[in-house]
Design a binder for this molecule. Structure first.
Ligand SMILES: Nc1ncnc2c1ncn2[C@@H]1O[C@H](COP(=O)(O)OP(=O)(O)O)[C@@H](O)[C@H]1O
Ligand SMILES: [Mg+2]
Length: 219
């Protein structure tokens, strides 16, 4: 669904952070993106999410050349890619339910048409009792799960998660991992950026490893 060919990225006039990156995200795949802090994992996710453009190389996304995708088309393509940001990006003045429903509301959908879906999804991530809580009173793990639910509400083809277990204890990390695996079994491609070796050891999944700006693939 997404293919990188010799992609390079530098910020401004800085050094090339990513060099000659070639890989793909096949439909329905489950992969880890690993590498030490500062290796460029978040940068690579931003390229995948189209919030950054590569400084060289070719990115093909759902069969289209990324360089030829116009501004008006971007939101449509982004909707197929769910992202869980490392800092969650939940809106504090809205309830958990409202945060998750927001992408649908923004698109002008009628609340009656999605209320059941939002509630069901929040139950699936284990927040069925926290629908009306605001983010400031949620624990780190609850915020993480709210952010996952928001990323999934539009049923994306791909879910990208940036260090989703970075702020939670090991039992919750395992639970989150099980959620991602279950999601993947239902057909969604999943890419998890993490530097947590322990987490990766729990699943037999392909690993994309970033080091010194280059990516190697370990099947
Ligand atoms: N907006 C930015 N402008 C300039 N440099 C950046 C920016 N974002 C990240 N970097 C640099 O790019 C490198 C990779 O960062 P990042 O992608 O956040 O790595 P990781 O997620 O693996 O920790 C780091 O050296 C970081 O300082
Ligand atoms: Mg990062």
């Amino acid at each position: 669904m997404i293919r990188f060919e010799n992609v390079g990225l530098r910020y401004g006039m800085g050094p090339e952070i990513l060099r000659d990156i070639s890989f793909q995200i096949p439909a329905g795949s489950f992969q880890f993106l690993s590498g030490p802090s500062g290796a460029g994992k978040t940068t690579l996710l931003r390229l995948l999410f189209l919030s950054l453009a590569p400084t060289r190389g070719l990115i093909t996304i759902f069969g289209k050349d990324r360089a030829l995708i116009g501004r008006r088309e971007l939101p449509h393509i982004r909707r197929k890619i769910g992202v869980v940001f490392q800092d969650f990006r939940l809106l504090e003045h809205m309830t958990t339910y409202e945060n998750v429903a927001l992408p649908l509301r923004v698109r002008g959908r009628d609340e009656a048409s999605y209320r059941g879906d939002v509630t069901e999804l929040l139950k699936w991530v284990g927040l069925g009792e926290r629908l009306n809580a605001h983010p400031p009173v949620l624990s780190g793990g609850e915020k993480q799960r709210a952010a996952i639910a928001r990323a999934l509400i539009e049923q994306p083809d791909i879910l990208l998660a940036d260090e989703p277990t970075g702020n939670v204890d090991p039992p919750l990390a395992r639970r989150l991992l099980r959620l991602f695996i279950e999601l993947n079994r239902s057909g969604t491609a999943v890419l998890i950026a993490t530097h947590d070796l322990n987490l990766m050891d729990q699943v037999d999944a392909r690993r994309l490893v970033l080091a010194d700006g280059r990516l190697t693939v370990h099947d």
